[in-house]
Design a binder for this molecule. Structure first.
Ligand code: ZN
Length: 328
């Protein structure tokens, strides 16, 4: 492609490899509005370009972000129940790397359910969350040590944490690389970081739902692993959820900030061909459009049944933990 072609130009250098050689992947958001998504030709990292300024992004997350989804700061019982189920799933993925007495920090703790579950089963867990409404709910209603703030402003004692978790956080940040460098300072030598993000290679959702303006980045497994390596970690394990929708990587803090240039040969070709191949027409010939609505309906019915008596958020979460972790 010609260098002066507008579709290969970007205003933001790649966060992983620093290149500005990109290809346009998509021009619409999942709601149909304009959103330009590009892919780096050198490493295959996918990101929004241009994107809103730093102050706008901060203001959005601090005050409006969750409103887009739930239209309320005080979650309804069904939302607490739903978030509790998600937190239990996250705990199960985290449990293999935990040891008795571990200190765990949840980066972007949301309304606090992961920290709640961890504390209920005996870990010394805390967290921070940039959205003021959710941070207040976590600290005031759930009584958790969750601070309100962005990672750049949150004071965490160096080398004080055994494990840090970041569930669906990295895709929202301006520089995932910078965030992983910060986390590295908070971890003790050999400490671990569990990162979970949506998988840009997923084909379980409608193709038109793939890109979302709240996600500044979309990761492939190879790109996420490389961001961690570049930030001074080794990859202890890496997996993709059974529906292909999410990537989970456990990083281990290494002794040096490695080698990596960030370049990933072949990843641009791989990711762009997966994204371009998945059309709505092809999606109709997979089981996903038919199976997913049934799962959703079953989950909503269960939520309604479990929260019928409108118990307090703490009671709902304690009940979930008692019924789901009792036999494990
Ligand atoms: Zn790159």
């Amino acid at each position: 492609m010609h260098a002066a072609d507008a579709s290969t130009q970007c205003s933001i250098p790649c966060d992983l490899c620093g290149s500005t050689d990109v290809d346009e992947l998509c021009l619409i958001d999942r709601d149909g509005s304009y959103l330009r998504t590009v892919i780096c030709r050198r490493c295959g990292l996918v990101y929004s370009d241009p994107r809103p300024g730093f102050e706008q992004v901060r203001d959005y997350y601090e005050h409006s972000y969750r409103m887009d989804y739930k239209a309320t700061f005080q979650p309804k019982p069904k939302h607490v129940y739903r978030a509790g189920k998600v937190a239990l799933d996250r705990f199960r993925r985290l449990a293999p790397i935990l040891k008795r007495g571990y200190r765990v920090l949840d980066f972007g703790a949301g309304s606090g359910e992961v920290v709640f579950v961890l504390r209920a089963v005996g870990y010394e867990a805390s967290g921070f969350e940039p959205n003021d409404g959710y941070a207040r709910f976590a600290s005031e209603v759930l009584g958790l040590p969750i601070r309100h703030g962005f990672y750049q402003d949150t004071r965490i004692e160096p080398e004080s944490q055994d494990v840090v978790t970041a569930f669906h956080v990295m895709e929202h940040l301006e520089s995932p690389y910078d965030a992983l460098r910060h986390v590295r300072d908070w971890l003790r030598p050999g400490g671990q970081l569990l990162v979970e993000v949506p998988n840009v290679e997923a084909v379980c959702q409608w193709p038109r739902s793939r890109f979302h303006r709240a996600h500044l980045y979309s990761f492939s497994p190879a790109a996420l692993e490389m961001v961690g390596r570049k930030a001074g970690y080794s990859v202890a394990s890496s997996s993709v959820s059974s529906d292909g929708g999410n990537i989970s990587v456990v990083f281990q803090k290494g002794s040096t900030s490695a080698l990596a240039s960030g370049e990933i040969p072949g990843n641009y070709e791989r990711v762009s061909s997966i994204v371009r191949r998945q059309t709505s027409f092809r999606h109709l010939f997979t089981p996903y459009p038919y199976v997913r609505p049934f799962h959703k309906i079953a989950a909503r019915m269960e939520e309604r049944r479990a929260t019928r008596n409108m118990k307090s958020p703490r009671e709902i979460l304690d009940g979930l933990i008692a019924s789901e972790l009792r036999h494990e």
